[in-house]
Design a protein around this ligand. Sequence first.
Ligand code: SF4
Length: 519
Amino acid sequence: MTDADSDDRRLPAARPDGGTASDEVTLDPWGSATVSDYRKLFEQFGIEAFETVLNEVPNPHYLMRRGVIFGHRGYDAVAAAMRHDEPFAALSGFMPTGDPHIGHKLVFDELIWHQQQGGDAYALIADLEAHSARGLSWAEIDEHARDYVLSLLALGFDPEDGELYRQSRNRTVQDLAFELGAEANVSELQAIYDFDGKTDISHMQSVVTQMADILYPQLDEPKPTVIPVGPDQDPHVRLARDLAARVRYFGVTEAYASFEADPAERAVIAEAYRELRAETADDGQVRCGDAAEYLAETTAVGEPAVRERAQTLLREAGKEPLRPRVRVVDRNATEAAFEALIEAIDGEKRVYEAHIDAFDLDREAVEELAREVELAHGGYGFQPPVSIYHRFMTGLTGGKMSSSVPASHISLLDDPEEGAEKVRAATTGGRETAAKQRELGGRADECPVYELYAYLLAGPDDEFAKRVYDECVGGERLCGDCKEQAAQLMETFLEEHQQKRAEWADRLDELEIEFDTDR
Ligand code: SF4
């Protein structure tokens, strides 16, 4: 796979980041949703560029092809499940704080697409979060919940095949939240979410509830599960990945000798082992002490401080042979599960008080055994949840799209003509005069109207999106006509969407989910 290949499959998306604004990137789930520079998220938080997995996805969605979905954590696992026809799931949640708008449509579409690719799809109404973190009344929450669900259904979510629920009504989620809460403490939530002594307990409970939401699809059976969200939700995803590992019975790592080493030390020891192994006769043994000496004489391996620590460990182990092995550490296993895993490991093994070293199996095989034993003994066996992140849409009036500024966004409930008017009134990336536009071309990359085409109006039609882009930057497209075309497409979209919503509104009682909160 070359860069050129992946570029071929990408269309220009509007890039509101431009890399200009402030250097500060914060990810705050309850703050304002702006990200000045998406590239910083890669370096600062370890979110990976979506391009790195795009070619592994069998039929990438247009939001993936156009770079609207720009980042991920661990999506490789979901892409692999799709390719091999193995089970996978997608889940996202919506805080019912206002009308669903075209920004939410991105997430609805992502869920629906994963469902159409064969995944188990889940959508939840985060009513506990809306009540505790945003202070909405139950009556407001009920009304908005209904609106979110209607739009999701109108866009194609299949409620027979997928699951819709409200956090407050899902007893299984509540129970799981309770269990996960036992693995997290207040200091940790403070550090992650900037909570302080005044943060109320219900707000914290909504955090563990979200953790349970994220892991809920894996209660039937562990499977790759993607959480499509905006990057503001990344702190939640990181915590969920941590908790998923913390409740596991066993942790699987690699080791070279009986002592414990951290990942950096292990890398240095691995390097020393490889070097010495190559110099040693086939039947000879590499000893820990030899590796300590080797490291004392080189500056080429690892950071000095790490090299120092690795040397100490190796020197203390002295004559012990250095041999690669897979190590299983007991985290939460029951005694019976620990015994069963010892039994299940084939070939040479060594059993210690709280870990087992396996010499003849590779890491993947041991991980699989550990999960099987865990499941057989009542554990969850969770896989780390996966995420994908989409760009936030720019507001139609420039700046950010805000639910509290009606002209900045198009609600899925807007009267179609009114929606079209908002498009006609939108800020553009056009030049001051038509003559200049013909000469210099428009700035589609900075144009909220181009964004509408790329994110929504062009639908899956890449050629159309590309034509708009090329005509704009080539100076053949003028903003007046361009906006008129977009306005008409928006009007048609809203009409059709609302027609489908009305059809579903008559059938809502077929669903399991309730919209009347009795509290
Ligand atoms: Fe935006 Fe269209 Fe004008 Fe280009 S021609 S700047 S895409 S409104």
